[in-house]
Design a protein around this ligand. Structure first.
Ligand code: ATP
Ligand code: MG
Length: 421
């Protein structure tokens, strides 16, 4: 994509009211636009990053054997009354439709998925089953905060699994933890598996917590084995001995990027969802739910990976791997040559599977370099009068301070191996 064609531009000024690195850098870099507190539009660069996060999650959910579906966000009141949560969930957005019929905008989907799955499961032969969706959720959060970390409309991947026995649920739950760890590792973001409140259904749920100052949670983490508990349930204090090894429990601020629960029969009972067993009798169905927030994750990635100049996108989620810059030359013939070289390079990189963001504006080198740092793509390539003379390209990685010249004929291979490493 050429900068001059791209809808959504960088801003010279940082937004004055940004309360976190992700809000400041994503708005200033032209990734997102704020419509209202906790409500954002995604511009082309931001949507690309969000979609990359979603796709990594999607691949790992598919690998876990879950099937993708899409449920409505507009949900009838009756479903929520059935579980008692119409009055229990304080952040539920409620609205009235034609004929006075009441609805909620989905803040979570147990009330929808449970009767849905019930329709298709008759006996133990249809179990286990796992379905997930990636959808916007709505929560009337008292305080929207920290850019994408706490929105009122935000993206969630929610997976639900249904089992014939507790043992089967337990087994799947462990596989889900492994899948989640893989997701965070691929996204280039640390996430500590943290014991947290299990609600009425189990002793613990498990949160995936990313340490960051803008997080609203406080957790205690062993400095040696990473065993962790959330402040809400813990009896530990900073400096206590770890119960699992000879490490020390340390207090830190973190943001919850994922949360998984063993719901057991809390919702299947509410919808009278039972399944015939081998013995022909009706048996309980055990349920688990597994949430992860792609938009919050995108914010957390920026909070973790940035410096004073801008974002440092991990390769797996960078909206483009390569940021190409052409510098203007005074001499028209030289300028033409640089542009033709850029055109070829742009196409060759694209054919090699490396999509390019090309800053083709007629602005100063300083402005282009500052914007490249702000936008934060992993590899910056510069073509100029100087590189033309050397038959080279100036290569600079966002995470490094030095640059170097790479011969034009080597650039595709070098870029490919850098991005794939
Ligand atoms: P929190 O305690 O931060 O309010 P939660 O425990 O209510 O979150 P869950 O219901 O467990 O959130 O939702 C699953 C995931 O959805 C969370 O782990 C998080 O990644 C994401 N999420 C929840 N609320 C928000 C929000 N307001 N904005 C963005 N992402 C959110
Ligand atoms: Mg949670």
């Amino acid at each position: 994509m050429r900068y001059t064609h791209s809808f959504g531009k960088t801003n010279k000024q940082a937004p004055h009211d940004a309360d976190s690195a992700n809000a400041r850098l994503l708005i200033q870099g032209g990734f997102i636009d704020q419509l209202a507190a906790g409500v954002y539009s995604y511009l082309p660069l931001g949507l690309r990053a969000l979609n990359k996060v979603k796709n990594v999650i999607r691949e790992e959910m598919d690998a876990l054997g879950a099937q993708e579906i899409l449920m409505p966000a507009l949900t009838p009141k009756d479903n929520w009354v059935q579980t008692g949560r119409w009055d229990e969930i304080d952040v539920l957005f409620k609205l009235e439709g034609a004929g006075g019929k009441e609805y909620a905008l989905g803040s979570t989907h147990e009330e929808i998925v449970t009767p849905l799955v019930k329709k298709f499961v008759n006996s133990y032969k249809d179990l286990p089953v796992a379905v997930y969706q990636i959808q916007d959720k709505f929560r009337n959060e008292p305080r929207a905060k920290s850019g994408l970390l706490r929105g009122r409309e935000f993206s969630m991947k929610d997976l639900y699994s249904f089992h014939q026995s507790i043992e089967d649920l337990d087994e799947y739950y462990e596989e889900a933890i492994a899948a989640y760890n893989k997701i965070f590792q691929r996204l280039g973001i640390p996430a500590i598996v943290t014991e947290a409140s299990g609600g009425d259904f189990s002793k613990y749920s498990h949160e995936f917590q990313t340490p960051t100052e803008s997080g609203e949670d406080t957790i205690f983490v062993c400095d040696k084995c990473q065993y962790a508990q959330n402040l809400e349930i813990t009896e530990y204090q900073d400096g206590d001995a770890c119960p699992k090894c000879d490490g020390i429990m340390r207090q830190m601020k973190a943001v919850e990027v994922g949360n998984i629960f063993k719901l057991k029969t809390r919702f299947t009972d509410a919808f009278d969802f039972h399944a015939a067993g081998e013995d022909g009798q009706e048996h309980d169905v055990y349920m688990g739910c597994y949430g992860i927030g792609p938009s919050r994750l995108m914010g957390a990635i920026v909070d973790v990976h940035h410096d004073d100049q801008g974002i440092l996108w991990p390769k797996a989620v960078a909206p483009f791997p390569v940021h190409l810059i052409t510098l203007n030359a005074k001499d028209e013939a030289v300028k033409d040559k640089i542009l033709r070289q850029a055109e070829t390079l742009y196409q060759d990189l694209d054919q090699a599977g490396l999509e390019v963001f090309w800053d083709d504006r007629e602005v100063s080198a300083g402005e282009k370099f500052a914007d490249a740092d702000l936008i934060g793509l992993p590899l910056r390539l510069v073509l100029s009068e100087k590189t033309l003379k050397e038959n080279s390209v100036e290569w600079k990685e966002r995470a490094q301070t030095e640059s170097r010249l790479v011969k034009l004929e080597q650039i595709i291979e070098s870029a490919k191996s850098f991005i794939q490493s």
